[in-house]
Design a protein around this ligand. Structure first.
Ligand code: ZN
Ligand code: ZN
Length: 395
């Protein structure tokens, strides 16, 4: 077993710089696919560290460092760099609050970026020890379909570089800094979206017999959709159908022309997503037709599910145990139903995505992802950057 004990000490040494970078990014958040300033900063910083920096997309970048026999092993580490359209709140961040109105790093991507830059420095310092090639991905647009991960894979850069496996992490408010949560197999769901328009025939509320009421149809559709997961899905297969928005009508005495609905489908494989989607369409069209109306159905494919490779996950566990200690590692028993565009990389490269504990009372890091007060405890970057460095060298 290789001794990684000094990695945490080194990370501790670089911690002030990571904090500085994190706070700088936090104060200057940029929305998905508009991360121009962040990208300029990254390119400068990485070039200074001696990386060859590629820019396959308009924002974000890919940094490459070659060691001995560069073809022998090619490992990619990924961070996402975009912020969210959220008005930030929170006492604990007062000193480095977002300077941009309505935009904030409320998913911890500022931490992911600063953490990987910390690792980038340590990896560069160890270049003489490096066997193979390290590819650092600073990915734009994680928060917005089609996903920067998809665009980057479509660009083909990582395939050309010959990436052999990939690691990624996300801050995790449900565990403390120093801890990580790992899982083999399905980790995060595929979040697909659907839109439904129910067309009726408008008219006077007192004369329903000469109108077709889309509100009654919509009510039956929403109720019927609840039976898809319970009656059409294999009971051992996870799935969610939620109608999150419904709108239609204008007055108490008017039957409207149409009703619109928006919803999400969560699943862990394409087959389940397709099954749920086709049932939604059947219910909507069938019920609308039975009432003399009609339905239009649109399905927007989201990200695939995050399915962690067994072998790469074992490698992560072995290295994490060495760097952080066995007591730091928690095996997740159940997947989470949130989605992640890291899944696009995993369609091509064996990889594993894991959670980096970042919750603590002292720093007010008690809120869930996308909460206006979301604030990952910066201390997680010590362990995160040490672990990423070890994965770059031996993962
Ligand atoms: Zn997010
Ligand atoms: Zn995120």
């Amino acid at each position: 077993m290789i001794d990684f004990s000094q990695y945490l000490t080194e990370a501790e040494h670089h911690f002030p710089e990571m904090i500085q970078i994190r706070r700088r990014l936090h104060q200057h958040p940029e929305l998905s696919y508009m991360e121009f300033e962040t990208t300029r900063f990254l390119i400068d910083h990485l070039a200074n560290l001696g990386y060859e920096v590629l820019k396959p997309l308009e924002t974000g970048c890919v940094a490459v460092l070659k060691g001995k026999s560069p073809e022998s092993r090619i490992v990619a580490l990924r961070a996402d760099i975009d912020a969210l359209p959220i008005q930030e709140e929170g006492e604990h961040k007062k000193a480095f609050m977002s300077k941009i109105d309505g935009v904030a790093h409320c998913c911890g991507h500022d931490i992911h970026t600063a953490n990987l830059l910390g690792a980038a420095r340590m990896i560069a310092d160890k270049k003489v020890e490096l066997e193979g090639t390290v590819v650092l991905i600073f990915q734009p647009g994680e928060e917005k379909i089609p996903g920067g991960g998809k665009l980057l894979m479509d660009a083909g850069t990582l395939q050309e570089l010959g990436v052999q496996r990939i690691y990624g992490l996300h801050t995790f408010p449900y565990m403390k800094p120093g801890e990580i949560a790992v899982k083999s197999g399905p980790l995060m769901a595929s979040p697909d979206e659907f839109r439904l328009t129910i067309h009726g025939k408008g008219g006077h509320a007192a004369a329903p017999h000469i109108a077709v009421d889309p509100i009654v149809i919509a009510a039956q559709v929403v109720t019927s959709l609840q039976s898809i997961v319970s009656r059409a899905l294999d009971p051992t297969e996870p799935g969610v159908v939620t109608v999150g928005k419904i709108s239609g009508g204008s007055a108490h005495n008017v039957i409207p022309e149409r009703v619109e609905m928006l919803g999400t489908i969560r699943s862990f494989n394409e087959e389940t997503a397709n099954l749920i989607s086709s049932r939604i369409e059947q219910f909507a069209k069938g019920l609308a037709e039975a009432h003399g109306g009609s339905a239009e159905y649109y399905f927007d494919e989201g990200y695939p599910p995050v399915i962690n490779d067994n072998e790469v996950t074992s490698k992560l566990l072995e290295i994490a145990e060495n760097v952080l200690g066995a007591e730091a590692i928690h095996m997740l028993e159940k997947p989470v139903m949130a989605g992640e565009d890291f899944a696009f990389y995993q369609k091509k490269f064996p990889g594993t995505f894991f959670f980096l504990g970042s919750g603590s009372e002292e720093t007010g890091s008690v809120h869930s992802w996308h909460h206006p007060k979301y604030n990952a405890d910066e201390n997680c970057m010590k362990n995160g950057s040490a672990l990423m460095t070890a994965l770059a060298l031996k993962g």
